[in-house]
Design a protein around this ligand. Sequence first.
Ligand SMILES: [Zn+2]
Length: 622
Amino acid sequence: MSDVYRLAFLDGLRPEADLTVSQWADQYRMLSSKASAEPGPWRTNRTPYLQEPMDALSSNSPIQRVVLMFAAQTGKTEAGSNWLGYVIAHAPGPMLCVQPTVEMAKRLSKQRLESMITETPVLSEKIAPSRSRDSGNTMFSKEFPGGMMLLTGANSATGLRSTPCRYIFCDEVDAFPLDVDGEGDPVSLAEKRATTFARRKILLTSTPTVKDFSRIESEYNRSDQRRFYVPCPACGVMQWLKWSQLKWQNNDASTAKYQCESCREQFSEINKPVMLRKGEWRATAPSDGKTAGFQLSGLYSPLGWLSWSDMVDEFLRAKGDAPMLKSYVNTRLAETWEEDYASKVDAAGLLERCEHYEPAVLPEEALALTVGVDVQGGGGSAGDRLAFSVWAWGRDEEGWLVAHQEIYGDPCRPEVWKQLDEVVLREWPHAAGGKLRPDVVAIDSGGHATAEVYQYARERGRQGVVAIKGSSQRGKPPIGKASKVDLNSSGKSLKRGATVYPVGGDTIKTTLFGRLKHNELGPGFLHFHMDTTGEYFEQLTAEKQALRFVKGFPVREWVKKPSARNEALDCLVYAYAALNLMYQRYDRRTIWDQLERRLEQPTAPLRSKKAAAAGPAFVNNW
Ligand SMILES: [Zn+2]
């Protein structure tokens, strides 16, 4: 057979289309000793479940989009490589391969692709070694007769905007960014390259991530949702393998057996090869005739790769630790992880957690003091005022609410700022003796009285007062680099300009709500004193995370309950941002030691990261 096709190539004829990807791989594909645990000729019968997905990528299949939501160590990467080889050798055309990053595309090219080409003769015949000049073979582009393969990263809009391509391969799509260089979804950008081809093929693969935020899951849910059904060795009933059916005794992973859903017989994985060979993909949802979706867990991994005992062992080690368990669910079970993003911290629960400590005296463990100030004005329902919270911080960000108060009055008038002075300049007695003044006071400049906030921050810069502006964008640091502003919000130019720090409100809220949820004393725990009111906790818990769809993609967002007040939360967010500003200025590794020394030796100044650049704002606060 092979000679027939080779002759057809030599004749310049279009090859016959009836060879499938799995047939091509069985005939020609060599697994390299460098990149494979089982080097030598490829055998599809080792992983029978790969045949149908691979064959859907063959020229003679009507399927245009193939979606693989597969566990790690099931061979999905090799299935993709076989398709690449098939395209180069048998069905040439322009192809775009997208990895999550350009760096990963480079690795794919250098490690997997190069060795596959070198070790598979029908491929090395068609692609010149990359060493020779003008070979058409570079890191990011491989030329071959009748086609070309371009490699890029989903983080490069330029790479995705390349020439039209008949074949698109997006690998590990759950690791793709939501938006690339402001040009939108990288998968859609890549797929646009193929729209002009009637016989296009698109392959999307990934292990899934978080439920409702997983690209591969949403693609799979829109497909015919195929599952791999295998027969029970005892009763023969066809079923797809589920983690809940795997049984073991007394935390002993070596006893792992699978329990048939029908006859309840338990069998060991020695039966796997026969079960896999007799297995078949069955659609569990209606098909559009063009999209085929496949889901496969590590339970199907062939004998000698990942055993059921390995999986139980890994599970037992991961089950107490959320990040490890998430990774297990994603990479081993090929299922999405359900995060309780919607769960809300409860005001009544927090009220019960209040402790007996004297709010006017800083607790013994307190090493730093920060203040967050929220500015309300413009005739809002609750009236013009400043709301502020004073927070004390100890090692590992254990926090104590010291005070939450309001200063009534129009923030556009100087009186309220005079009253705030009493907070900024106040010395709080410390349980260990001595006194502490606020290290950083962060005031929101994004709401009302922007010019007044700027002016106050300038005047009180030496006392640690800074102007901040909240950002609801995800993934921003708690506090960013300061920028100079010359105009106020209404476009009036400012006399001397102002320095404003961006605050990653979304990031901070996610961090703090995680901490409010856990009830164990120690690192990150937030303490509230007995005088804290129910109204304070209502405000603190006025927001929750919700799902919103942007360009069809779900994003998590903090939303406020309608008409609820949330100043207590804002004040905590700003006070926490203020603490993070101290990390910018002092060495984060030693800051707590330094702060501890400051308590013992009130005259010793803190060592700043850049002593000169830090400016006079952080003179000793005693
Ligand atoms: Zn059975």
